[in-house]
Design a protein around this ligand. Structure first.
Ligand code: AMP
Ligand code: MG
Length: 414
């Protein structure tokens, strides 16, 4: 079995070559804006953020118990200290501890000077004002030190970095109310094809619903992007040229699906050539061979294939790295793991393949993967069951049961 699609007068670009071409073509956006933390989730931090003060601001208790100075217990014998008051979280004990004193303290409360330790309440015996400490109490325990998380003047968040709930929480802990972020990337997307009908309308023979629109809208849902749904464009050269040229005026990137192949009604490459520049338009990958990449005006153009499985594969493996770079993020590899194949996989040499797989992990932590069902760039059902792509190199001629393969999960939940 050979992959007839892989051979032609010119060798196709490999996926890695296509990625390298994309990487060298894309200039990240530079414009920044300042947003409040409440609007910063998923945005990309544009500059480093430094701490104006220590986090935490004071030495504070890690436990509910009694704060004391370690020299009070230095003898190693049991001692009784007089409880001088209480230090609550948010309401510190006022003043200093005198010799022979301790204070009742709760988690997060300031440890009053010269105390430097907290003993858990379960380890003392309280008798009126007297708190009996056992022998051999360890010094400097159960205290969280000022500046332990972030030092005053130290780096709170590096950049460029997507702001996650943890990042926002860290910025909030440092009292930072607003952050400089890269402006959102403006992305216009279109479905192309005379056969496409919007859901809700009746289908005539040969028509299909525009399902790619929902696939792309979902894949593009990201707070770092402003997405413009351009709707359907017919297989009409003038309409394609007019709409794509117009989109290049208001977007940083344009994504189309359909019309990227070599059929009589596939005009994408020709239109890209006419109103912009083609960088490449064919890749040795399956699904997803026809993928046109180039520029229209200042806008980057991705002409994806029409079949939904190919839309998903090309989006994940080529468009995502491109958009991340354009949005200002540094290059990162998606997570890939090695798994034992629990079903035989058919594959012809010639193109890198992304097959829909079901990844699982056993109790010992070993990964296993099997086919998610009938593979085909036009088929969505197996892809919907799948939780990963099985990544098969170009030269692979099929996989036997029990062989090791590389797998790229769609999410961390499998
Ligand atoms: P094309 O690249 O235009 O030849 O399209 C390849 C296949 O994908 C054809 O079977 C199309 O009908 C199908 N297709 C194209 N656009 C869409 C779309 N928006 N939603 C679902 N299928 C599509
Ligand atoms: Mg078409």
């Amino acid at each position: 079995m050979i992959d007839r699609c892989a051979f032609g007068p010119k060798p196709l670009l490999t996926v890695d070559e296509a990625l390298a071409r994309i990487r060298s073509a894309i200039d990240p956006i530079q414009e920044t804006e300042t947003v409040p933390l409440t609007a910063a989730l998923g945005r990309i931090l544009a500059r480093p953020v430094y701490a104006a003060a220590n986090v935490p601001g004071d030495n504070n208790a890690a436990m509910d118990g009694y704060a004391f100075a370690s020299h009070e217990v230095a003898s190693g014998h049991a001692v009784a200290l007089r409880c001088a008051g209480v230090s609550w979280a948010g309401r510190p004990y006022q003043g200093l501890l005198a010799a022979g004193e301790c204070v009742r303290i709760f988690t997060g409360a300031v440890v009053p000077k010269p105390a430097d330790s907290v003993l858990m309440q379960e380890q003392v015996r309280v008798d009126g004002p007297w708190v009996h400490f056992p022998a051999q109490v360890k010094a400097k325990q159960n205290v969280r030190m000022a500046g332990e998380d972030v030092r005053q003047g130290g780096l709170v968040c590096t950049y460029p970095k997507t702001l996650t709930p943890i990042g926002l929480s860290l910025l909030a802990a440092a009292g930072i109310a607003e952050v400089p972020v890269l402006r959102p990337l403006k992305i216009a997307f279109f479905s192309t094809g005379d056969e496409l009908v919007a859901i809700g309308e009746a289908l005539a023979t040969g028509q299909i619903y525009d399902s790619n629109r929902y696939l792309l809208a979902g894949l593009l849902a990201d707070n770092a992007y402003t997405v413009i749904d351009g709707g359907v464009i017919a297989d009409d050269k003038d309409e394609l040229e007019a709409k794509l040229t117009d989109a290049s005026r208001y977007s940083d990137a344009i994504i189309t699906t359909g019309g990227a192949s070599v059929g009589e009604a596939d005009y994408i490459r020709e239109i890209l050539q006419r109103c912009g520049q083609v960088d490449f338009w064919k890749i040795a990958m399956k699904p997803g061979k026809p993928l046109a990449f180039g520029k229209i005006g200042a806008s980057y153009f991705f002409g994806l294939p029409g079949n939904p499985g190919a839309v998903f594969a090309t989006f994940q493996h080529l468009v995502v790295p491109a958009l991340r770079q354009l949005a200002g993020l540094s290059a990162k590899q998606p997570l890939r793991v090695r798994a034992t194949c629990s079903s035989a996989l058919k594959k012809a040499p010639g193109r890198q393949e992304f097959q829909a797989g079901i990844l699982s992990q056993d109790a010992a932590g070993e990964f296993f993967v099997g086919s998610a069902g009938q593979q085909g760039s036009h088929l969505l059902a197996a892809l919907h069951k799948a939780n990963c792509h099985i990544v098969l190199p170009s030269e692979c001629q099929g996989v036997q049961l029990g062989e090791q393969v590389i797998v790229e999960p769609f999410s961390v939940f499998i």
